[in-house]
Design a protein around this ligand. Sequence first.
Ligand code: FRU
Length: 537
Amino acid sequence: MTIKGYTQCILALILVFLLSGNCKKGEKTIDAIKIEAQDVNLEEERYRPNFHFTPRANWMNDPNGMFYLNGIYHLYFQYYPNGNVWGPMHWGHATSKDLFHWSEQPIALYPDELGFIFSGSAVVDNNNSSGLGKDGIAPVVAFFTYHDMNGEKEGRMDYQSQAMAFSLDEGMTWTKYEENPVIPNPGIKDYRDPKVIWDENNDKWIMSLAAGNKIMFYSSKNLMDWNFESEFGEGVGAQGGVWECPDLFPLQVNNSGEPKWVLLVSINPGGPNGGSATQYFIGDFDGQDFVPDEDFLIQLEKEKAVWLDYGRDNYAGVTWSNIPESDGRKIGIGWMSNWDYARDVPTYTWRSAMTIPRELRLHKEEGKYCVRSRPVKEFYDFVEKEVEWRSIGLNEFNAVFDKNLNLNSTHLELALKDLKAYTYDLSFYNQQGDSLTIGLDNTQNQFYIDKTASGKVDFSEKFAPAKSVYKLNKSVDDIRIQIVLDKTSVEVFVNDGAIVFTELFFPNALLDRCSLISDHTSFNMAYVKLQELKFQN
Ligand code: FRU
């Protein structure tokens, strides 16, 4: 064989080798897809919650446009139907009769030449003040922000404006108002998330709008022509990020009947335990100005900001409109994630869930206002099994709980009394070594959730860098804790929802054991109730 022949032969061998390598690579790719498909199944099984709303597929963030009508709760949401990360925003839609079983409906609002469809609200225009009703049908009117991507790219300030759409079939299909935007941008960069309510004291509609680090209030008689009334927020409360998704509504103080107004304001970043979170203000509103309450301002001076939820995973929460007076509840729901890592969580076919719907109530104790949250009462309609203990010792508790338990759709209530200067750690865990701890440290005066070892945590360094903490003023003698567990989330309501923590976690296997660890071995838990819930699909 000549040198040329040798060279050709070697080249041919290299080619065959490379091709066979490619071929193997090809097979590997197929394997990889297969593995992904299995992962998808695992993800479904292990991670998709049982009773929290999730979109069937793709990306979701804020709850939007919630209203109640004729027995149906409507929930719209920021939705990107073509991918599992944030993208051109639509309004997805889901309906429910009981706030827990949701049916996903066709997409309600699509982006158009004016922009993406950002967050907003909806009201039922019962008196047809807008004139958009027809044949005696009261229109449902939605308000949203148009986000003009091109304007943003061009570096303009005025790329967000407020727009309107209406529905004559109870929220199933929508017509965008021809003369949108109803409120053009006055030159403010972050100018979004209109939340409209009917102010019955002043006989007009009020819109709260996030504008940079403040909230602007507008009023209207017909939902179309809006007058600027006032603004609130300069230098008040948490200011570590942009203010978003406001919600202003009246609420009577539970124990005295005193009429007050609550203003919810989401902020990103700047939350108490990192990333995005929701703060609130208590005050009075006369149809024009929101004036924070004197006592509340004293509270703010001490606390800097007052938070609806101290966990990392409750954001952009707002309340339902048109709840009948006979019901009278203020029901809210939040996006159960955090902008710090929402795009990175280890679910691929769908991303994000909502919190459970919660009733918000206002309390005032020792001069301090507090918005308390609790699971809506419908939650308890799904209790299938329940076991209760009174005055149960630590060993007895652990003997019952420290073994195979079904913690997948679970509500656990604990009342601890006569506590001392110790740490009380309630851990949920599995045999793979994943654990989630809800703790009271009566030596350092703090309540916390520790998910640093809860399973998959390293998909984002911001997911579980440390415990989520609530600082107590002093050590506590007794505490009541309610815990809602749903595979990949925990919602903790302390002392009737005065302190709330919502946290996501992604264990490698379902958590199925629970134990209470404390050096205070002689105390008895005053009350323990374990409820298993069942939600049919
Ligand atoms: C809050 C938010 C809103 C905005 C929407 C966009 O999470 O940033 O201010 O309207 O998300 O999807």
